[in-house]
Design a binder for this molecule. Sequence first.
Ligand code: RUB
Length: 312
Amino acid sequence: MIPMETEVEYIIKDIKDLHIQGARNIAKAVVKALIIQAKASKARKFDEFYSELLEVGDALASSRPTEPMLRNSITEIIRFTLMQIRTNKAKNVEELKAKLLKKEEDYIRAMDSNSKELWEMGARMLPKSATVFTHCHSSSVTGIIKRAVEIGKNIHVIVTETRPLYQGRKTAKELAEAGIEVTYIVDSAMNAFMKKVDLCLVGADAVTSMGDLINKIGTSTLAHVARAHDISFYSAAELYKYDPVTLFGNREVIEERDPKEVWEERIKGVTVRNPAFDATAAKYINGYITEVGVVSPQSLAAIASEKLGIKL
Ligand code: RUB
């Protein structure tokens, strides 16, 4: 076991405690952490350096289990490192570290530019005037809505509080600060407010090879209610949200968090459960808003595989 850098330990703790929250922010934070650890390495030989990177990559990957964007990002950095070593692009570990620093910059820049593209695609797709129903906090969703308002659209947002950790408050505050009209409701008012909306728009933690969506617990309820009211349901998902292991029939692991987040007290005879995410079947989803446009759930896997360099 290599000693973990203190800053890296803090990042892992912040991710676990949801101080760093949302798939995209988590992915950015792990790339930063991986590079901090790489920079601090005392290894002199490539194989030692590489195995240290794998070890830290594993620790970071397990910080939140339902996050393929996090895993895809770690894989990309590790694959890059291996290629540098195999093709003799770096002469020694110090040179490799410098290349990794540059890789981090390029990677974050590409991530930011993907997000901007996605926001633009989503903003243009929204009607001129609309009430949008969202759940939890997704930087992709708030980015789309803020951009839509910037280009002159009139958007009102209904946001659920998102028990047990109230990420809906983060969404409500962020949008209200941007001057957007927000109505904040309890999760169980989803059906009551669905009559008043034009479309639903949520984020994505993972998208499977079947086009199913894994997102904050309650997302599937929102999708079912939307279908009952014949309201369109979209998810904003960068292609890095695609989970390639689902190609082989693996099911997405749903993170189960501390029951104390739901009920601090322990009551004899009462089991408290706290799944963080749920799965929404592709048939309830009208489309995924990605950085390359709006795509159907059935075509996302092929488009994302190309981006991730996976040969089908
Ligand atoms: C957050 C959540 C978000 C996705 C997408 O859950 O479900 O919808 O992560 O976010 P949690 P983004 O609060 O448990 O992390 O669009 O920012 O990637």
